[in-house]
Write a protein that binds this ligand. Structure first.
Ligand code: A2P
Length: 300
């Protein structure tokens, strides 16, 4: 399957569909998932410092059957590294773990308004972009109020805003805001996230039955038809292969309308306005591994 590209606001081409590796273990699990994805035709891989698998992603890239230049690698700056100097340092550490000399997209993971550091963080991002070590820069989980504030001093408009977005959280206002500013929206937890029950929805099952596709494929196709970038996560090769097979059928207007009626404005992750974790990356990773915090719902 060939994935179409989206041209983001600085002219860079970004694949419209990629593999999310949140909650995919570093080492063999992430290497296998990334390789399965690349073999199925994926070129976009979305990781983050907080996911604790940048080394495995780097290993998978080194041993992949395609060249690094053919891939589009995204990583993200964790909250506790926000700030001008700490962001520059954290970016170097991410590059080192990935074994790369550039990433395709570098994102601020959360605005964390309680910390109020994203303005100075963005200055570091602009410098990283100017150095060519990130081909594009952007944000995640920014609401219009955070973007409004950022844009007052930014010299570079974020290329992407990666947000929680799925049929139960359709974020119409935020999507319109981003469209008006030329910021491309990328959906995280696109099929409702781990432990969610979106895939059991009877309306989606009916549409899936009509198209002889899985419910996951219907939901991924819905993101694609909305023009969004989408990064479903799976550690299973057969699901990874299934999730990219969404470019050979189309949802009709009735299907799209039915899915649009599933919106309940229900988040599975934290609210960006109040999410306040400034805990250091390693501590958050450790807490996640020991199940001390419920990261699927808490942090993404
Ligand atoms: P797994 O990794 O065990 O395959 P999201 O991308 O919305 O965060 O959702 C990811 C969740 O959906 C994961 O729990 C993943 O589980 C599961 N998943 C991914 N692809 C499929 C699929 N095609 N069918 C069913 N579940 C899927």
């Amino acid at each position: 399957m060939k994935v179409p590209s989206i041209t983001i606001n600085n002219g860079v081409k970004m694949p419209q569909l990629g593999l999310g590796v949140w909650q995919t273990k570093d080492g063999n699990q992430v290497v296998h998932a990334v390789h399965a994805a690349i073999e199925s035709g994926y070129r976009l891989i979305d990781t983050a410092a907080m996911y604790d698998n940048e080394r495995g992603v780097g290993k998978a890239i080194k041993t992949a059957p395609v060249s690094r230049e053919e891939l589009f690698i995204t990583t993200k700056l964790w909250n506790s590294d926000q700030g001008y100097g700490s962001a520059l340092k954290a970016f170097n550490a991410s590059l080192e773990r990935l074994g790369l000399d550039y990433v395709d997209l570098y994102l601020i993971h959360w605005p964390v308004p309680a910390m109020d550091k994203y303005i100075e963080t963005w200055k570091a991002f602009e410098e990283i972009y100017a150095s060519g070590r990130a081909k594009a820069i952007g944000v995640c989980n920014f609401n219009p109020e955070h973007l409004d504030r950022l844009l007052q001093t930014a010299t570079i408009i974020p290329a992407v805003n990666q947000i929680e977005h799925h049929p139960r959280l359709q974020q119409h206002e935020l999507r319109s805001y981003c469209a008006a500013k030329g910021i491309h929206v990328e959906s995280w937890s696109p099929i409702g996230g781990t432990g969610g029950n979106l895939l059991d929805d009877p309306t989606l099952a009916m549409i899936a039955n009509k198209h002889k596709r899985s419910v996951a494929q219907i939901v991924i196709r819905w993101h694609i038809q909305l023009g969004l970038i989408v990064i479903p996560k799976s550690t299973h090769a057969e699901r990874i292969a299934q999730n990219i097979k969404v470019f050979d059928f189309e949802l009709d207007t009735d299907d799209m309308a039915k899915i649009s009626r599933l919106n309940t404005n229900t988040r599975r992750g934290p609210d960006p306005a109040t999410m306040s974790s400034g805990a250091p990356t390693r501590l958050v990773q450790l807490a996640s591994r020991l199940n001390l915090v419920k990261l699927p719902r808490d942090k993404h």
